[in-house]
Design a protein around this ligand. Structure first.
Ligand code: IYR
Length: 220
């Protein structure tokens, strides 16, 4: 069934205004950093809800929006997630990750301890939906599920940053334990664990630089 309406373009600028806006937006986004140290200060649930709605404005294959954003504020569930994540990470840091990988991680000073999983007021855990299950139990296809959830998570991170909050894109793999703890259905798979909060007082981040335009873009 086709049903169209006129597109009302919400943003229209002169080239000068456009240049100023892209410059300002770059400055804002260039200050985003992944944080591993969170304050325990709470964040209103309404804020997190709106951030998730913003993420869900993302494009997705055939507009299926193949995602569920699980949000954990419960201290008991955060504790269970931390315990399970640390068990996996212990194995990762003691044999499952290659020497080259461990060397690449040295600058981040990470190890298997994951206190941020309890400290951050909220954990957002996006699940990708491999397929949908309709009320009658029929399975329907989703498309480009990895691309879709990745795009939505990118928008989620920009919304978190824009709110003045910080986050970490954490991957305590294998992540199947999240499916069990959060009792998610068989068609869903955890994609990331994203603690969200305020930075801890005195929090530090590694000195990193970003690649230049020449390194990341080719114009033809
Ligand atoms: N998941 C582990 C290891 C890790 C892997 C990558 I790639 C990173 O960029 C950072 C960490 C951990 O969270 O410690």
């Amino acid at each position: 069934m086709k049903s169209f309406r006129p597109y009302h373009h919400p943003l229209s600028f002169s080239e000068k205004a456009m240049q100023e806006r892209v410059d300002a937006y770059f400055e804002l986004m260039d200050r985003r950093r992944s944080l591993r140290h969170f304050a325990e200060r709470p964040i209103p649930r309404d804020v997190i809800e709106k951030i998730i709605l913003t993420a869900s404005t993302s494009p997705s294959g055939a507009h299926k929006q193949p995602w569920t954003f699980c949000v954990v504020g419960s201290p008991e569930i955060k504790k269970a997630i931390r315990q399970a994540a640390e068990e996996e990470e212990y194995e990762n840091y003691h044999g499952r990750m290659s020497d080259a990988w461990l060397k690449d991680l040295e600058v981040f000073d990470t190890d298997w301890h994951k206190p941020f999983l309890e400290k951050a007021p909220w954990l957002i855990i996006p699940f990708k939906k491999l397929y949908d299950v309709k009320e009658d139990g029929i399975h329907t296809k989703n498309y480009y599920v990895n691309e879709s959830i990745g795009l939505a998570c990118g928008i989620l991170l920009t919304a978190i940053h824009q709110a003045g909050l910080v986050a970490l894109t954490h991957t305590p793999s294998p992540m199947r334990f999240l499916q069990k703890i959060l009792k998610r259905p068989e068609n869903e798979r955890p994609f990331l664990v994203i603690p969200v909060g305020y930075p801890a007082a005195g929090a530090e981040v590694p000195e990193l630089t970003r690649k230049s335009l020449e390194e990341i873009a080719c114009f033809y």
